[in-house]
Write a new protein. Structure first.
Length: 310
């Protein structure tokens, strides 16, 4: 579900929020931005730079406090604001006054930041879950860090970690909100990125970070070049080895074939010789037999002839 519309005409004052319904005012917050400008002041107070004579009014419905941010008045609810440590302190200071109102002096993003933060604050756990877009989460992180609401800060960080943020944007957020664990992966991504660092990105990084990043990019290029050369060398060696093995295999096959042919030839020659010898032997035996038979017959004939003469 998308971010809820917190500016409808009817707002239920006991709506449950998905962050921490039981969070109490004065919750310790080690991430409070001490430079955030805030001041308790009545609605009619004005600043020549930040406030005009006729402020914009955003009414949440059944409000019990006014939160003035630059030139916008948010009519909201104390039980939400006291979740922020510093806002809770400011509200306590207005307890003795007839009009419950506090004023925050923020930069040009202030109204949008508060506006977006209320989208998270007023989100109902019953109607949710809501999918807050990146600008809303960043605003919630900024306001919760500035005024001390750890649960919201953790909530925003957790969801921003899952968002598709560019490396430069992650570095900006890391610097603004002290998210040290975000910086190294972002710088690593930039150092390994194929596209060059743009002028706008260099301005965001600053000279020192840009110089360090430029060196890291050169080192990464050298590393990639070395890895590519090593890969090419290994591929060439593997190819040469494969070709040598293929050549050796073919030579072995040719040699084996030749040896087999020679063996077969010798065996055939030996067989033919044996058969020829056996044939010659047989023929010689048959010839000898015929000659013996002929001789015996001749002798018998001669003997018979001699006996006949007698």
């Amino acid at each position: 579900m998308n971010s809820p519309d917190i500016y409808s005409d009817v707002v239920i004052s006991d709506i449950s929020e998905p962050l921490d319904i039981g969070a109490a005012a004065g919750e310790p917050n080690s991430h409070i931005d001490n430079d955030a400008q805030h001041k308790e002041e009545k609605q009619e107070s004005s600043s020549p730079h930040m406030l005009s004579d006729i402020p914009n009014v955003v009414d949440m419905g059944q409000s019990d406090i006014e939160l003035r941010v630059n030139n916008t008045i948010f009519k909201t609810h104390k039980h939400f604001l006291v979740k922020f440590t510093r806002l809770g302190d400011m509200i306590q200071n207005t307890a003795s006054k007839s009009t419950s109102s506090i004023t925050l002096y923020r930069d040009e993003r202030g109204v949008d930041d508060i506006n977006n933060t209320f989208k998270v604050l007023y989100a109902s756990a019953v109607e949710g879950p809501f999918n807050f877009d990146t600008p809303v989460l960043i605003s919630a992180l900024r306001i919760s860090s500035a005024y001390g609401f750890d649960r919201m800060r953790d909530f925003a960080i957790q969801h921003l970690e899952k968002a598709s943020l560019g490396a430069i944007q992650r570095i900006q957020l890391a610097r603004e909100f002290g998210l040290l664990s975000w910086e190294d992966p972002a710088y690593k991504e930039l150092s390994e990125r194929e596209n060059a660092i743009t002028e706008e990105e260099a301005q965001v990084l600053g000279f020192a970070a840009f110089a360090k990043l430029a060196q890291a990019r050169e080192e990464h290029k050298d590393k990639l070049k070395k890895e590519q050369e090593e890969k090419a060398k290994k591929e060439a060696e593997a190819k040469a080895k494969k070709e040598a093995e293929e050549k050796a295999r073919k030579e072995a096959e040719v040699k084996a074939k030749k040896e087999a042919e020679e063996k077969a030839k010798k065996e055939a020659e030996a067989k033919a010789k044996k058969e020829a010898e056996e044939k010659a032997k047989k023929e010689a035996a048959e010839k000898a037999k015929k000659e013996a038979d002929a001789k015996a017959k001749k002798e018998a004939d001669e003997k018979a002839k001699k006996e006949g003469k007698k």
